[in-house]
Design a protein around this ligand. Structure first.
Ligand code: PMV
Length: 353
């Protein structure tokens, strides 16, 4: 008996130009383009196994061991349905292929980090789901084509189908056919840039991105200014900075865009607060660190960015990482010892608090 099963994993991506706002909530079409960096370490990934079997009665999904409901017409159901549609195309072209599109699927997904804490778990989750079904169904689809489907699970998930520096072009077609992710540059183009994740809190976030975005679109005048007058210019400038490996410009735009995203949240009625006092203290610390460098004739050394949660992501060239980690550890009590994947502090003892 044949077993039809495939496993795929996808990493988290963290946006430098934030996606916030939908022009079509069903198809998940954004009000602006966005750009992110996909993290390539093993620490923040979703891994998903999909199996198709004629004995399965219905599609089922388990997230971190707990079964989740696949609501009819919901995002999970949409992604699974779209993937089965692509499989049917394969079966029509090659009639000898097993009719997997007619079997139900069982899907098991696991995140190796806290779910829904502003660490983009939905991005890696839907990207891994779509990738595992693409492998199961042996689809000849490109990452951009698959991104059209993962986008309908969670907007930011379309960007996790590529590594490195990735843009999500908002597109203009009403059916969403030109709203997909493209690679700006592979990670190997600029391997020197690293992301330091500072988990300020791993609680589940208060306002989901879906309801937050909707409220912002309905009430924030600042969002309209951002969409029309700010993001298009920033997308162009940050893409050029990435291609030129210009960290100074990359960092400046990344921090400006994080600030404007949170300003737009504050401009929402009623306002949304994702950052807390610790988040703001990390901003102050990075700002001071950069100020001292610039005053001494140097350049920006680090860039903070925050998604829909209090956790900081600090982008920096590798040469500055040790200094930044030492600074964070010194000013913020650590609940857990620093995980040191690069051995920055090999043979040194690090205080835990
Ligand atoms: O894809 P969603 O619905 O989880 O929204 C993500 C929104 C932000 O993380 C705040 C920004 C972004 O572009 O990832």
């Amino acid at each position: 008996m044949s077993v039809y099963q495939a496993t795929a994993s996808a990493p988290v991506n963290i946006a430098c130009i934030k996606y916030w706002g939908k022009r079509d909530t069903k198809l998940i079409l954004p009000t602006n383009s966005s750009l992110s960096v996909t993290l390539d370490q093993d620490h923040l990934r979703s891994t998903t196994t999909s199996r198709a079997d004629p004995s399965f009665e219905k599609d089922r999904l388990w997230l971190n061991g707990k079964e989740e409901e696949i609501k009819e017409g919901g995002r999970l159901a949409t992604c699974i349905k779209e993937m089965k549609r692509l499989r049917r195309e394969v079966e029509e072209k090659s009639p000898s292929e097993p009719k997997l599109s007619s079997f139900a699927v069982h899907i098991a997904s696991r995140n190796n980090f806290p779910t829904a804490a502003g660490l983009a778990s939905s991005a890696s989750g839907f990207a891994a789901l779509v990738s595992s079904l693409a492998a199961l169904y042996k689809l000849p689809a490109t990452p951009s084509e698959l991104s059209l489907i993962s986008r309908q699970g969670s907007g930011s998930a379309c960007r996790s189908l590529f590594g490195g520096f990735v843009a999500w072009e908002m597109g203009s077609a009403a059916d969403g056919s030109d709203s997909y992710a493209v690679e700006v540059a592979p990670q190997s183009h600029w391997p020197d840039i690293h992301a330091l994740i500072c988990v300020v809190s791993d609680d589940k976030k208060g306002t989901s991105s879906t309801s937050g975005m909707q409220r912002t679109v309905e009430t924030s005048p600042l969002l309209q200014h951002r969409i029309k007058n700010v993001v298009p210019e920033r997308m162009k400038a940050i893409s050029e900075a990435i291609l030129a490996k210009d960290f100074d410009t990359f960092a400046r735009i990344t921090m400006q865009d994080s600030n404007q995203f949170h300003a737009v949240c504050l401009d929402t009625d009623p306002p949304i607060f994702y950052m807390n006092d610790v988040s703001r203290s990390i901003i102050a610390l990075v700002t001071e660190y950069n100020r001292v460098s610039v005053e001494n004739g140097g350049k920006l050394k680090a860039a903070y960015t925050y998604d829909a949660g209090p956790n900081a992501v600090i982008y920096a060239p590798k040469e500055n990482l040790k200094e930044i980690v030492s600074m964070i550890i010194r000013y913020f009590p650590q609940a857990e010892p620093f995980k040191d994947p690069f051995g920055l502090f090999a043979n040194e003892s690090l205080g835990s608090g």
